[in-house]
Design a protein around this ligand. Structure first.
Ligand code: PLP
Length: 487
């Protein structure tokens, strides 16, 4: 291995993990390894490279591949042959986790290519499960298509933003004009945009664990330091307020909440939201609230937008049509800036700059926002008793919790459940291996808890969008699998 390349990669990995030389020395000490400060500084300056055991420790601690650190993964020319340059992904991606489409999914794809039928309960995509866009939405999209050939204003068509503004009024989100609304190619694009515009290297942002992993991925990619706060299963998966308080430092800029929640299906009550606002107010944090499931709330509960409780703070609220109107493929979402925009003037400049740079979001999809948000809401028929999402939720909750070794909190919203495995009973130490074993044996694809930045190997997520017959088959197979499974 080349000393120089090693030093360069070590420094980059340390920077990504926000670790200094002393942190490595301390971590080694905790592991009972002998690693002096002088050793680390020699590695960093390219004077020497570590022995095997220390190399493995460094790779593990910095969450990188040992082969990558040493450069041994580079293509080496055979004797006499010219050097072949290999193109590698940016090291910025080394710490980005996005397992919702990760290695287990790749294995499922491989199996499918070999002709195996896989039951996919891994992704919140309504259309493949016979959920379709309301007729009126498709009709209006067709009618307007020829008028949507050009770019729209960067933040979106006026008609779309006006309809979203009126929606914000219904949700009692304060201080919102049409200019405070930005449409995006799904909420996904806007999450990425907001993280890029906000975070300097090392800035901290509080994100829930478990989370929708795009938040952690985008914040990390932007150079931020993600600090996960726990959502507490014992308290219906509500954010643990004491944990949030404990994790705030002078570098914390913002807190993210996902309400209703993916992957837990939790819906946060007003009192919990109020307490999060109180903490944000005390520590002058910005609030990002991902509310893409706000129209998929069951049991007669009401969704409260946290921004409606925080007129004096700066809030960004996200929603879209992917889930409520079953048009995830159209790629249309939005964000609403609200509350105290004065304190965020410079940040908003950054948002505008990035929004302008992407020219605009998908215009045909913007053209149906007004139709979608107004009048009859067909989604309501799915979430009341007798409706597909409601009945599928009840079924999967009962079927899974009847399996010995599984417990779960009943979801109140969205279409996910995040059950807990008794890891002692099954000797589970690796949740990714659990879902891979299930995939190989029963041809069912789930995502392990680790894919949602949950740090114990004891959870998995089920998407309960498929029809009852399919869910019955899946629950039966999971029960059968677990009746003998041990790691
Ligand atoms: N936020 C959450 C919590 C989600 O679950 C998803 C998609 O599953 C998204 C955002 C992304 O949605 P969009 O289709 O609008 O990009």
């Amino acid at each position: 291995m080349s000393n120089e390349l090693f030093a360069q990669r070590l420094k980059s990995a340390m920077e990504q993990q926000h670790m200094k030389q002393v942190d490595l020395v301390r971590a080694a000490e905790e592991r009972g390894l002998k690693l002096g400060k002088s050793h680390v500084s020699q590695y960093v300056s390219g004077k020497t490279v570590p022995r095997e055991e220390i190399l493995r420790f460094l790779a593990e601690t910095l969450q990188v591949d040992a082969g990558w650190l040493t450069g041994d993964d580079e293509t080496k020319p055979a004797d006499g042959e010219p050097y072949v340059r290999e193109f590698r992904k940016s090291t910025k991606l080394d710490h980005v986790l996005y397992d919702v489409r990760g290695p287990v999914v790749e294995e499922a794809d491989r199996m499918e290519n070999e002709g195996v039928r896989i039951l996919k309960l891994n992704i919140g995509n309504p259309a493949p499960f016979d959920f379709h866009a309301p007729d009126e939405v498709v009709f209006d999209l067709r009618r307007q298509l020829t008028k949507c050939e050009g770019y729209s204003p960067a933040n979106g068509l006026f008609s779309a933003r006006k309809a979203i503004m009126q929606y914000a009024q219904l949700k009692k989100i304060p201080n919102v004009s049409v200019d405070d609304i930005y449409t995006g190619n799904g909420v996904s694009e806007l999450i990425n945009l907001c993280m890029s515009a906000l975070l300097d290297n090392g800035d901290e942002i509080l994100i829930p664990s478990p989370d929708y992993p795009l938040w952690t991925a985008c914040a990390t990619l932007a150079g931020g330091k993600v600090v996960h706060y726990i959502c507490d299963e014992q308290s219906d998966w509500y954010p643990d307020l004491a944990d949030i308080r404990r994790k705030i430092t002078s570098r914390t800029k913002a807190i993210v909440i996902i309400n209703p929640n993916n992957p837990t299906g939790a819906l946060y009550p007003r009192e919990v939201l109020q307490q999060i606002v109180d903490i944000a107010r005390e520590h002058q944090l910005m609030i990002f609230s991902d509310e893409i499931y706000d129209r998929l709330v069951m049991d007669g509960e009401e969704h409260v937008s946290i921004a409606s409780l925080a007129p004096d703070l700066f809030c960004v609220t996200y929603s879209g049509l992917s889930k409520s109107h079953m048009v995830a493929g159209f790629r249309i979402g939005w964000m609403i800036l609200s509350g105290n925009k004065r304190i965020a003037r410079d940040y908003i400049e950054g948002i505008k700059m990035l929004s302008n740079m992407r020219l605009c979001s998908n215009v045909p999809a913007q053209s149906i926002v007004q139709t979608a948000l107004g009048g009859f809401q067909s989604v309501n028929s799915y979430i009341e008793p007798g409706g597909r999402i409601y009945e599928q939720r009840d079924y999967i909750y009962h079927a899974l919790t009847e399996i010995p070794g599984i417990t779960a909190v009943k979801p109140k919203a969205a279409f996910y459940i995040f059950p807990k495995l008794d890891i002692k009973k099954f000797h589970i130490v690796d949740d990714e291996k659990f879902v891979l074993d299930l995939l190989k044996e029963k041809k069912i694809l789930l995502i392990h808890g680790g894919g949602f930045n949950w740090h114990q190997p004891d959870h998995f997520r089920v998407v309960y969008l498929p029809r009852l017959e399919v869910l019955k088959e899946a629950a039966g197979k999971i029960a059968d699998f677990l009746s003998t499974y041990h790691q």
